[in-house]
Design a protein around this ligand. Structure first.
Ligand code: AMP
Ligand code: TRP
Length: 334
């Protein structure tokens, strides 16, 4: 049996090259050697308000991007979270075994809460839904960007607690898989914050559906520094190091190799080659995306994915319910 992998992306906007490099690209690479399940986590997205029509379109968009980057429905299960009721059901079980303090400590909650007028209880509870996503598929490895590390730690603690209370080895304890470089791609305009699809400054991110000329413009206007030499030095040359991370992840070339070539080439030449590399990777993905987005083929993939996911998830949910005692057993009453 192959080791199991699970991950998800929220349909809260168009994914950026940060999402692609930090997580989605890795999804593709794992398909052959792992038993892979990838979800479009639309129930996570509604922890902050989403316009209904946009949410529904973005959900399908992430699905189309999954296939466009190379996820193969014959190798991976691809499905939409709300098509599998066990996620919300298991999240309740997780919530009842999770400390309020644990949730309040999550940095993503604290960051997001600051930006909301209405801080929903869902925003606080969000990691419990993520725990549910993961344990339902007995997932061993979780490819994610660095910002999800804390949620994974919470998942691991939950699994320990659950197994201690209800029975050894009932749930599988997952491990994060974070890329060694590219786990945190930074904003092109502000290298102290991560690249985010919801950034109000759209020049800070490159979306996976940006047109080539927009990509080139955004990279050319990316902030740099006054050093004038290409070095990989995250402390003193964060912006240049970020461009190196992007170039390296998308070309497969090592950082050392790139630094050797571009050290004294000038920022203009360096940026122009980074931009060409980004376009070379995104253009074929975009072509495939536009072929798929309105095609019945995509709907069929999602229907099949939901069926397969439901089978596994329902089985694990009953295992959890039985362990907790949420079952009616006539034999107990005689
Ligand atoms: P989200 O867009 O929040 O659903 O994130 C989807 C995946 O992309 C998660 O695994 C994140 O950790 C990852 N991710 C998001 N932003 C970045 C970034 N700037 N750099 C690297 N990975 C990221
Ligand atoms: N919380 C993740 C994010 O914001 C998305 C996510 C939801 C996820 N459930 C998951 C990632 C399960 C990995 C595994 O990026």
């Amino acid at each position: 049996m192959k080791p199991t992998v699970f991950s998800g992306v929220q349909p809260s906007g168009i994914p950026t090259i940060g999402n692609y490099i930090g997580a989605m690209k890795g999804f593709v690479d794992l398909q052959d050697d792992y038993d892979t399940t990838y979800c479009i986590v639309n129930q996570h997205a509604i922890t902050v308000y989403q316009d209904p029509k946009t949410l529904s379109q973005s959900t399908r968009m992430i699905a189309a991007l999954y296939v466009a980057i190379g996820l193969d429905p014959n190798k991976s299960i691809i499905f939409i979270q709300s098509d599998v009721p066990a996620h919300a059901q298991a999240a309740w079980l997780v919530l009842c075994q999770t400390g309020l303090g644990e949730l309040e400590r999550m940095t993503q909650f604290k960051d997001k809460a600051q930006k909301q007028e209405l801080v929903s209880a869902g925003l606080l509870s969000y990691p419990a839904l993520m725990v549910a996503d993961i344990v339902l598929y007995d997932a061993q490895y979780i490819p994610v960007g660095e910002d999800q590390k804390q949620h994974l730690e919470l998942t691991r603690n939950f699994v320990d607690r659950f197994n201690n209370r209800y029975g050894k080895d009932l749930l599988v304890k997952p491990e994060p898989m974070i890329p060694s470089s590219g786990g945190r791609i930074l904003s092109l305009q502000d290298p102290t914050s991560k690249m985010s699809k919801s950034d109000v400054n759209t020049r800070g991110f490159i979306s996976m559906l940006d047109e080539p000329k927009t990509i080139i413009k955004k990279i050319k206007s990316a902030v740099t520094d006054s050093v004038g030499e290409v070095n990989y030095d995250k402390e003193n040359q964060a912006a240049i190091s970020n461009l190196l991370d992007i170039y390296s992840a998308l070309s497969g070339r090592s950082i050392d190799d790139l630094v050797n070539e571009y050290h004294s080439a000038g920022y203009g030449k360096f940026k122009s080659d980074v931009a060409d590399q980004v376009v070379a990777v995104l253009e074929p993905i975009q072509q495939k995306y536009y072929r798929l987005i309105d095609n019945q083929e995509l709907t069929d993939i999602l229907i099949d994915g939901a069926k397969a996911a439901n089978e596994t998830a329902t089985r694990t949910l009953s295992r959890m319910e039985r362990a907790i005692g949420l079952t009616y057993k006539p034999s107990l009453y005689v």
